[in-house]
Design a protein around this ligand. Structure first.
Ligand SMILES: Cc1cc2nc3c(=O)[nH]c(=O)nc-3n(C[C@H](O)[C@H](O)[C@H](O)COP(=O)(O)O)c2cc1C
Length: 253
Protein backbone atom coordinates (compact mmCIF):
# COMPACT_ATOMS: atom_id res chain seq x y z
CA UNK A 1 0.00 0.00 0.00
CA UNK A 2 1.47 3.40 -0.91
CA UNK A 3 2.22 5.64 2.05
CA UNK A 4 -0.08 8.62 2.25
CA UNK A 5 0.05 11.36 4.81
CA UNK A 6 -3.33 13.07 5.00
CA UNK A 7 -3.16 16.81 5.46
CA UNK A 8 -5.13 17.04 8.68
CA UNK A 9 -4.15 20.63 9.30
CA UNK A 10 -5.70 21.58 5.97
CA UNK A 11 -8.78 19.48 6.74
CA UNK A 12 -9.15 21.27 10.07
CA UNK A 13 -8.98 24.67 8.40
CA UNK A 14 -11.46 23.49 5.77
CA UNK A 15 -13.89 22.20 8.43
CA UNK A 16 -13.62 25.52 10.20
CA UNK A 17 -14.96 27.19 7.06
CA UNK A 18 -17.57 24.47 6.48
CA UNK A 19 -19.01 24.63 9.99
CA UNK A 20 -18.78 28.42 10.00
CA UNK A 21 -20.96 28.71 6.90
CA UNK A 22 -24.09 29.89 8.64
CA UNK A 23 -27.22 31.39 7.20
CA UNK A 24 -28.38 34.79 8.27
CA UNK A 25 -31.45 36.53 6.90
CA UNK A 26 -30.79 39.90 8.46
CA UNK A 27 -27.69 41.75 7.30
CA UNK A 28 -26.01 44.96 8.35
CA UNK A 29 -27.19 47.23 5.50
CA UNK A 30 -24.36 49.73 5.92
CA UNK A 31 -21.59 47.39 4.91
CA UNK A 32 -20.38 47.58 1.31
CA UNK A 33 -18.85 44.52 -0.34
CA UNK A 34 -15.61 45.39 -2.16
CA UNK A 35 -15.59 44.38 -5.81
CA UNK A 36 -12.64 42.02 -5.34
CA UNK A 37 -14.62 39.99 -2.79
CA UNK A 38 -17.19 39.24 -5.49
CA UNK A 39 -14.33 38.14 -7.69
CA UNK A 40 -12.77 35.95 -5.00
CA UNK A 41 -16.13 34.32 -4.31
CA UNK A 42 -16.97 33.67 -7.96
CA UNK A 43 -13.47 32.43 -8.66
CA UNK A 44 -14.33 29.62 -6.25
CA UNK A 45 -17.61 28.99 -8.13
CA UNK A 46 -15.65 28.67 -11.37
CA UNK A 47 -13.78 25.64 -10.03
CA UNK A 48 -16.94 23.64 -9.33
CA UNK A 49 -17.38 20.18 -10.85
CA UNK A 50 -20.16 19.64 -13.39
CA UNK A 51 -21.64 16.84 -15.48
CA UNK A 52 -19.69 16.59 -18.76
CA UNK A 53 -17.71 19.57 -17.45
CA UNK A 54 -20.47 21.65 -19.01
CA UNK A 55 -20.22 24.41 -16.35
CA UNK A 56 -23.84 25.42 -16.93
CA UNK A 57 -23.78 28.47 -14.66
CA UNK A 58 -23.78 32.25 -14.87
CA UNK A 59 -23.58 34.59 -11.90
CA UNK A 60 -25.04 38.10 -11.93
CA UNK A 61 -23.63 40.42 -9.27
CA UNK A 62 -26.32 42.92 -8.29
CA UNK A 63 -25.06 46.11 -6.71
CA UNK A 64 -28.00 48.34 -7.71
CA UNK A 65 -30.10 49.00 -4.60
CA UNK A 66 -33.26 49.56 -6.62
CA UNK A 67 -32.98 46.19 -8.33
CA UNK A 68 -32.43 44.47 -4.98
CA UNK A 69 -35.53 46.21 -3.66
CA UNK A 70 -37.64 45.13 -6.61
CA UNK A 71 -36.53 41.52 -6.20
CA UNK A 72 -37.14 41.71 -2.47
CA UNK A 73 -40.64 43.10 -3.10
CA UNK A 74 -41.39 40.19 -5.36
CA UNK A 75 -40.43 37.78 -2.58
CA UNK A 76 -42.52 39.61 -0.01
CA UNK A 77 -45.48 39.27 -2.43
CA UNK A 78 -44.73 35.57 -2.85
CA UNK A 79 -44.69 35.24 0.93
CA UNK A 80 -48.23 36.64 1.01
CA UNK A 81 -49.37 34.38 -1.84
CA UNK A 82 -48.09 31.34 0.03
CA UNK A 83 -49.90 32.40 3.16
CA UNK A 84 -53.12 32.75 1.16
CA UNK A 85 -52.58 29.30 -0.35
CA UNK A 86 -52.17 27.97 3.21
CA UNK A 87 -48.88 26.30 2.33
CA UNK A 88 -47.90 26.44 6.00
CA UNK A 89 -44.27 26.94 5.18
CA UNK A 90 -42.46 29.03 7.77
CA UNK A 91 -41.41 31.72 5.31
CA UNK A 92 -38.72 34.13 6.43
CA UNK A 93 -38.88 37.88 6.15
CA UNK A 94 -37.75 38.53 2.60
CA UNK A 95 -37.45 42.25 3.27
CA UNK A 96 -33.94 41.28 4.40
CA UNK A 97 -33.05 40.69 0.75
CA UNK A 98 -33.16 44.39 -0.08
CA UNK A 99 -30.61 45.10 2.64
CA UNK A 100 -28.22 42.29 1.74
CA UNK A 101 -24.85 43.87 0.86
CA UNK A 102 -23.70 40.89 -1.23
CA UNK A 103 -26.24 39.85 -3.84
CA UNK A 104 -25.59 37.34 -6.62
CA UNK A 105 -28.26 35.86 -8.88
CA UNK A 106 -27.54 32.31 -10.04
CA UNK A 107 -28.61 31.57 -13.60
CA UNK A 108 -28.59 28.41 -15.68
CA UNK A 109 -29.62 27.24 -19.12
CA UNK A 110 -31.73 24.10 -19.18
CA UNK A 111 -31.01 23.69 -22.88
CA UNK A 112 -27.63 22.43 -21.68
CA UNK A 113 -29.30 19.11 -20.82
CA UNK A 114 -28.18 18.28 -24.36
CA UNK A 115 -24.67 17.88 -22.94
CA UNK A 116 -25.84 14.88 -20.90
CA UNK A 117 -27.20 11.50 -22.04
CA UNK A 118 -30.45 12.32 -23.87
CA UNK A 119 -31.87 11.17 -27.21
CA UNK A 120 -31.46 13.57 -30.11
CA UNK A 121 -32.55 13.33 -33.76
CA UNK A 122 -30.16 13.84 -36.66
CA UNK A 123 -30.50 17.62 -36.36
CA UNK A 124 -29.55 17.45 -32.67
CA UNK A 125 -33.10 18.31 -31.57
CA UNK A 126 -34.34 16.61 -28.42
CA UNK A 127 -36.54 13.66 -29.24
CA UNK A 128 -39.87 13.85 -27.53
CA UNK A 129 -40.84 10.39 -26.30
CA UNK A 130 -41.75 8.73 -23.04
CA UNK A 131 -38.36 7.06 -22.92
CA UNK A 132 -36.54 10.34 -23.51
CA UNK A 133 -38.53 12.08 -20.79
CA UNK A 134 -36.79 9.76 -18.34
CA UNK A 135 -33.38 10.72 -19.70
CA UNK A 136 -34.27 14.41 -19.78
CA UNK A 137 -35.45 14.26 -16.18
CA UNK A 138 -32.12 12.75 -15.17
CA UNK A 139 -30.23 15.27 -17.30
CA UNK A 140 -32.04 18.08 -15.45
CA UNK A 141 -30.92 16.56 -12.18
CA UNK A 142 -27.35 16.53 -13.44
CA UNK A 143 -27.66 20.17 -14.42
CA UNK A 144 -29.11 21.20 -11.06
CA UNK A 145 -26.49 19.25 -9.12
CA UNK A 146 -23.77 20.88 -11.21
CA UNK A 147 -24.99 24.41 -10.52
CA UNK A 148 -25.47 23.57 -6.83
CA UNK A 149 -21.90 22.28 -6.61
CA UNK A 150 -20.54 25.50 -8.07
CA UNK A 151 -22.84 27.66 -5.95
CA UNK A 152 -21.76 25.83 -2.81
CA UNK A 153 -18.14 26.65 -3.59
CA UNK A 154 -19.17 30.32 -3.78
CA UNK A 155 -20.97 30.09 -0.42
CA UNK A 156 -17.95 28.46 1.18
CA UNK A 157 -15.63 31.09 -0.27
CA UNK A 158 -17.86 33.79 1.22
CA UNK A 159 -17.78 31.96 4.56
CA UNK A 160 -13.99 31.65 4.30
CA UNK A 161 -13.80 35.44 3.91
CA UNK A 162 -15.83 35.76 7.12
CA UNK A 163 -19.29 36.51 5.71
CA UNK A 164 -22.61 35.01 6.61
CA UNK A 165 -24.65 33.75 3.71
CA UNK A 166 -28.25 33.25 2.61
CA UNK A 167 -29.24 30.77 -0.09
CA UNK A 168 -32.60 31.84 -1.49
CA UNK A 169 -34.59 29.66 -3.86
CA UNK A 170 -38.38 29.91 -4.03
CA UNK A 171 -38.17 31.52 -7.42
CA UNK A 172 -38.52 28.58 -9.77
CA UNK A 173 -42.09 29.37 -10.72
CA UNK A 174 -42.78 30.75 -14.19
CA UNK A 175 -44.29 33.93 -12.77
CA UNK A 176 -41.25 34.70 -10.64
CA UNK A 177 -38.97 34.05 -13.57
CA UNK A 178 -40.83 36.40 -15.85
CA UNK A 179 -40.72 39.19 -13.23
CA UNK A 180 -37.04 38.78 -12.54
CA UNK A 181 -35.53 38.21 -15.98
CA UNK A 182 -36.25 41.65 -17.49
CA UNK A 183 -34.89 43.34 -14.36
CA UNK A 184 -31.54 41.68 -14.95
CA UNK A 185 -31.53 41.43 -18.74
CA UNK A 186 -31.62 37.64 -18.58
CA UNK A 187 -32.57 36.05 -21.93
CA UNK A 188 -35.92 34.27 -22.00
CA UNK A 189 -34.34 30.83 -22.56
CA UNK A 190 -32.35 30.97 -19.32
CA UNK A 191 -33.57 30.26 -15.79
CA UNK A 192 -32.93 31.94 -12.47
CA UNK A 193 -32.20 29.14 -10.00
CA UNK A 194 -31.45 30.98 -6.81
CA UNK A 195 -29.97 34.04 -5.16
CA UNK A 196 -26.89 34.10 -3.00
CA UNK A 197 -26.81 36.85 -0.39
CA UNK A 198 -23.94 37.51 1.94
CA UNK A 199 -22.68 40.12 4.32
CA UNK A 200 -22.22 40.84 7.98
CA UNK A 201 -25.05 39.80 10.29
CA UNK A 202 -26.98 42.45 12.19
CA UNK A 203 -27.27 40.10 15.17
CA UNK A 204 -24.93 37.28 16.18
CA UNK A 205 -25.99 34.35 13.96
CA UNK A 206 -26.57 30.92 15.47
CA UNK A 207 -25.59 27.45 14.40
CA UNK A 208 -28.57 25.36 13.36
CA UNK A 209 -29.27 21.75 14.17
CA UNK A 210 -27.34 19.27 12.07
CA UNK A 211 -27.85 15.53 12.01
CA UNK A 212 -25.16 13.52 13.80
CA UNK A 213 -22.66 11.66 11.68
CA UNK A 214 -24.07 8.24 12.61
CA UNK A 215 -27.51 9.40 11.43
CA UNK A 216 -26.31 9.87 7.86
CA UNK A 217 -23.47 7.42 7.39
CA UNK A 218 -24.28 3.99 5.99
CA UNK A 219 -21.56 1.37 5.62
CA UNK A 220 -21.88 -0.95 2.64
CA UNK A 221 -25.65 -0.97 2.69
CA UNK A 222 -28.50 1.28 3.71
CA UNK A 223 -28.98 1.24 7.46
CA UNK A 224 -32.65 0.42 7.93
CA UNK A 225 -32.83 2.46 11.16
CA UNK A 226 -32.31 5.52 8.94
CA UNK A 227 -35.47 4.84 6.97
CA UNK A 228 -38.43 7.12 7.60
CA UNK A 229 -41.95 6.07 6.81
CA UNK A 230 -44.17 8.60 5.09
CA UNK A 231 -45.99 9.03 8.38
CA UNK A 232 -42.73 9.88 10.16
CA UNK A 233 -41.82 12.35 7.43
CA UNK A 234 -45.18 14.05 7.74
CA UNK A 235 -44.82 14.13 11.49
CA UNK A 236 -41.34 15.68 11.16
CA UNK A 237 -42.62 18.34 8.78
CA UNK A 238 -45.49 19.15 11.12
CA UNK A 239 -43.68 19.11 14.45
CA UNK A 240 -39.96 19.59 13.90
CA UNK A 241 -39.28 21.48 10.70
CA UNK A 242 -40.00 24.96 12.01
CA UNK A 243 -37.70 24.37 14.99
CA UNK A 244 -34.73 23.44 12.84
CA UNK A 245 -35.33 26.29 10.40
CA UNK A 246 -35.79 29.17 12.82
CA UNK A 247 -34.61 29.54 16.37
CA UNK A 248 -37.54 31.68 17.34
CA UNK A 249 -40.10 30.02 15.09
CA UNK A 250 -43.62 29.62 16.30
CA UNK A 251 -45.42 26.42 15.50
CA UNK A 252 -47.14 27.26 12.25
CA UNK A 253 -50.25 25.29 13.11
C1 LIG B 1 -31.15 24.45 -1.94
C2 LIG B 1 -31.44 25.41 -0.81
C3 LIG B 1 -32.55 26.20 -0.87
C4 LIG B 1 -32.82 27.14 0.14
N1 LIG B 1 -33.86 28.00 -0.03
C5 LIG B 1 -34.08 28.94 0.90
C6 LIG B 1 -35.10 29.92 0.67
O1 LIG B 1 -35.77 29.93 -0.36
N2 LIG B 1 -35.30 30.83 1.65
C7 LIG B 1 -34.57 30.85 2.80
O2 LIG B 1 -34.79 31.71 3.64
N3 LIG B 1 -33.58 29.95 3.02
C8 LIG B 1 -33.31 29.00 2.09
N4 LIG B 1 -32.27 28.13 2.26
C9 LIG B 1 -31.44 28.21 3.49
C10 LIG B 1 -31.79 27.10 4.46
O3 LIG B 1 -33.01 27.36 5.11
C11 LIG B 1 -30.63 26.92 5.45
O4 LIG B 1 -29.47 26.55 4.75
C12 LIG B 1 -30.96 25.84 6.48
O5 LIG B 1 -31.99 26.26 7.34
C13 LIG B 1 -29.74 25.41 7.32
O6 LIG B 1 -29.15 26.50 7.96
P1 LIG B 1 -27.59 26.83 7.75
O7 LIG B 1 -27.43 27.30 6.33
O8 LIG B 1 -27.29 27.93 8.75
O9 LIG B 1 -26.82 25.59 8.01
C14 LIG B 1 -31.98 27.21 1.27
C15 LIG B 1 -30.84 26.38 1.33
C16 LIG B 1 -30.56 25.52 0.28
C17 LIG B 1 -29.29 24.71 0.32
Amino acid sequence: MPTFKPNLEQYKAFMHVISGRITTRDFDPDYQVPRDHYELILDAARHGPSGANAQPWQYIVVTDKKVKEEISNYFVGEQKRRAQLKMKFPTPNYKGLAAAPGFIVVVSDFRMVRAFPVLKDDNRNLVSSELNEMYIENAERILLQSVAASTMSAHLAAAALGYNVWWVTAIGQEEAQSEMKPLLGIPEDLSVLDIMCFGLPRKEPYKRWKKKLDQIINWNKFDSTHYMSLEQIEDWVKNERHRVMYKDAKNID
